[in-house]
Design a protein around this ligand. Structure first.
Ligand code: BDR
Ligand code: CA
Length: 309
């Protein structure tokens, strides 16, 4: 049976590819998509999510818009990485569809409550919507199978030396989620920086229909722009697709159970995921953390799915 999933995202090049991977995969049933401010403002992430569903011809799946800013802090975006639109590269038509008139938090709660099976949440942006969901619907946890998120790092960050972007943007929300007691899987930079696509992959996809062309043009932009900010060897990281890939191919990423908490007090280390990789604190693990993957298998599997549209 397909795993029922809800994807909370801030598209974003890698968010768009994550959505396309999920929609191309019979192992998953996408119950809905919610958006949050992150890579760019909510006014852009929501139409971007709609565009991706239209491209995939899956407008049967609803999009609900969530929070336009983090819980307590001003929004910091990543337009330097993803461009002004959040999806710079391909031509972006005005979406023909609209988001449903329900807040993402209530939409998630309704989808979770009405699903026959417990639902897996796949947050690949700042965790604002998910934190508020857990606060607003305190009993919802019993209907959530697990949370497989992209965010954090055991080692170095990308937005600061200490922190990864999704966690840095809303550290209080991330703290709430990591301490929710729910089964959490963290796909952090330690593994997503091995989940690469390069120019050869873009060229392989370019002739593969409208979706292949769209992804190729996303990659064309990302392959030029991403290395301006981060060293990229052998391609650019498709961070968010790894969270989806882990659900489809559970053996792809090696994980280790660790205690993880999030730094919310310090300015210097704001948003750092403090991962007790070697269990030196003796605290009970609260997350399964990605530590390694075969990037070649990731790229091959991803290309097969994207090329099959
Ligand atoms: C994360 O930040 C965003 O820019 C990406 O979409 C990804 O979710 C990587 O740090
Ligand atoms: Ca993202």
């Amino acid at each position: 049976m397909a795993i029922p999933v809800l994807i909370d995202c801030d598209p974003g090049h890698d968010d768009a590819i994550a959505l396309l991977l999920a929609l191309a995969s019979p192992e998953l049933e996408v119950l809905g998509v919610t958006t949050v401010a992150g890579n760019v403002g909510l006014d852009k992430t929501t139409p971007n999510a709609l565009r991706v569903l239209e491209l995939a011809q899956r407008t049967d799946i609803s999009v609900a818009a969530g929070f336009a800013r983090p819980l307590y802090r001003p929004l910091q975006i990543a337009a330097n990485v993803h461009g002004d639109s959040g999806l710079d590269g391909p031509t972006l038509p005005v979406p023909k569809t609209a988001a449903v008139d329900v807040h993402a938090v209530d939409f998630l709660a309704e989808k979770i409550a009405t699903s026959e099976e417990p639902v897996t949440l796949v947050p690949v942006g700042p965790l604002t919507n998910i934190a508020v969901l857990l606060n607003s619907y305190p009993d919802i946890g019993s209907r959530i199978a697990r949370i497989v998120l992209m965010g954090g790092a055991i080692a170095t960050g990308n937005v600061t030396p200490a922190a990864e972007f999704n966690i840095y943007v809303d550290p209080e929300a991330a703290h709430r989620v990591f301490h929710s007691g729910l089964p959490i899987t963290m796909m952090g930079l330690d593994v997503t920086h091995k989940a690469l696509l390069g120019a050869d992959h873009a060229d392989q996809l370019r002739g593969a229909g409208a979706v292949g062309k769209f992804v190729a043009e996303l990659l064309d932009f990302f392959l030029v722009n991403h290395p301006r900010h981060f060293e990229s060897r052998g391609g650019v990281p498709i961070h968010d697709a790894l969270a989806v890939a882990h659900l489809i191919w559970p053996d792809l990423v090696e994980t280790v159970d660790c205690h993880v908490t999030v730094e919310t007090q310090s300015d210097l280390c704001r948003g750092r995921t403090v991962v007790d990789r070697w269990q030196v604190t003796g605290q009970t693990p609260n997350a399964s953390v990605g530590v390694d993957l075969d990037g070649g298998v990731f790229a091959k599997n991803l290309l097969e799915r994207l090329g099959a549209y």
